[in-house]
Ligand binder design. Structure first.
Ligand SMILES: C[S@@+](CC[C@H](N)C(=O)[O-])C[C@H]1O[C@@H](n2cnc3c(N)ncnc32)[C@H](O)[C@@H]1O
Length: 256
């Protein structure tokens, strides 16, 4: 048997100086926009076994529990899992397991729902991870993959004004100073490239949504959140084809 090729440990969220739980304070619109997208993609489906890969402290596991008999929070950071222990204390059926996306501790076809949200911006080349997702996904299962979208409307306008095409390769979005600090990659992807990479791993996109379309501190200050979410609900499907928002949600299945 060929040994499984794995990457180095993705434990960058074991950082006492970074409070990812705190990061979500004031980002209720973004959180609810993501929940909305997941609900739209899953509709009235129900699953046997689900996992949130790179799920952090379990922010979205509570939603997954509504759709799945059994949920696993699969996360490579011990620090995030420790926060999850408290965050998910009233949800004892949610398993918390230390693992990373290029070496998933699940059997072939074991999962019929996988979510991976806000993770591949830390993975510039996700080819190995996509192969792993395809391996553990059941033949009729669904993967919801979030892509930090370089090709969002504002970037698109900037590129048009500069007369430059959108890059197909991932773009490092850290500031020049920060590119040398720490080990964690921070990239935005071109969704069209991601769709090709998924296809290469035997995965096919069934539906796309444009998410967090109104993500702007100024808009959030002026417009009441219920109104933003109403607009968001209309915009997610309507603007999907043009990859308008900063976040693209893909509903993915195994290619037959
Ligand atoms: C921005 S947080 C997102 C957490 C969660 N998905 C959410 O949306 O709240 C990024 C997460 O990805 C995890 N991560 C980073 N590299 C990973 C990898 N190679 N495989 C799985 N998870 C990874 C980090 O430990 C961290 O918890």
């Amino acid at each position: 048997m060929t040994p499984k090729k794995t990457k180095k440990r993705a434990d960058q969220y074991n950082d006492p100086n970074h409070d990812y739980f705190q990061y979500w304070q004031g980002r209720e619109y973004e959180h609810e926009a993501e929940e909305l997208a997941i609900r739209t993609l899953l509709k009235d489906k129900h699953f046997r076994s689900g996992a949130d890969i790179g799920g952090g402290f379990g922010r979205l596991c509570l939603l997954l529990e509504e759709y799945t008999d059994h949920v696993t929070l699969a996360e490579p950071s011990k620090q995030q899992l420790a926060i999850a222990k408290d965050f998910l204390r009233d949800h004892p059926k949610i398993d918390r397991k230390l693992m990373q996306a290029d070496a998933l501790d699940f059997k072939k076809g074991e999962l019929d729902l996988i979510t991976m949200i806000r993770v591949i911006h830390h993975i510039p080349d996700p080819a190995i991870e996509f192969r792993e997702l395809a391996r553990v996904l059941s033949p009729d299962g669904y993967l919801i993959l979030e892509v930090a979208n370089y090709g969002h409307a504002i970037n698109r306008i900037k590129h048009i004004l500069r007369g430059r095409p959108l890059p197909l390769d991932p773009v490092d979005i850290r500031s020049k100073e920060n590119q040398h600090i720490g080990e964690i990659a921070f990239v935005n992807h071109n969704p069209k490239t991601i769709i090709k990479q998924l296809a290469h791993a035997g995965l096919k996109v069934e539906r796309t949504l444009s998410v967090s379309n109104l993500r702007s501190p100024k808009v959030k200050k002026i417009v009441p959140r219920p109104l933003m979410l109403l607009a968001e609900q209309l915009m997610q499907p309507a603007l999907a084809k043009m990859y308008f928002g900063p976040s693209t949600f893909l509903l993915v299945k195994k290619a037959k």
